[in-house]
Design a protein around this ligand. Sequence first.
Ligand code: URA
Length: 212
Amino acid sequence: MTEPSHLTVVDHPLVQHKLTLMRDKETSTNSFRRLLREISQLLAYEITRNMEMTTRRIETPIQAMDSPVIDGKKLALISILRAGNGLLDGVLELIPAARVGFVGLYRDEKTLQPVKYYYKVPSDLGNRLVIALDPMLATGNSSAAAIEMLKASGATNIRFMCLLAAPEGIARMKEAHPDVPIVTAAVDERLNDHGYIVPGLGDAGDRMFGTK
Ligand code: URA
């Protein structure tokens, strides 16, 4: 795993193998969705390092003990709609007690700025580890705007999980939110003129929901 301060690329063979299958344009919607769920769990493993723990009193067959458990109520998963939902499903399977929020943004055709159309997040974000989920970090404009909204709601401990990142998006996030670590499966070459990641995997939302 490479680990500059703001960026972690999870170069584990299982992640890279599954990512190659996802990039392949012949991969079906069904397989794409399953692979995304599997990779999200491997990325979750990395992004939840150092998360808050508590203990639970249990009895082993031998004796009672206070044993460590994840404090899931202290975690908020925020899906950046709509593609973030593809990561959310898998992470929630691993951390079922996590609170969940949604941020919906669209790009204004005139100003090209992200505009909020939906925003519902757990209360008390300031007391939680907040993990924002969006598979594709492209220009970084909508991700940076979403993080700004989470900070305005009180979040102070935020991490960002994506599947693919473009150098442009990483730079934008680093400039806007240097305090938000990014965990990704790969950093690709660049963005094309339409804002797609190259070589990328196409439109993540279309591929996971079969809407193309
Ligand atoms: N969003 C996508 O779904 N794909 C890209 O390549 C860039 C943004």
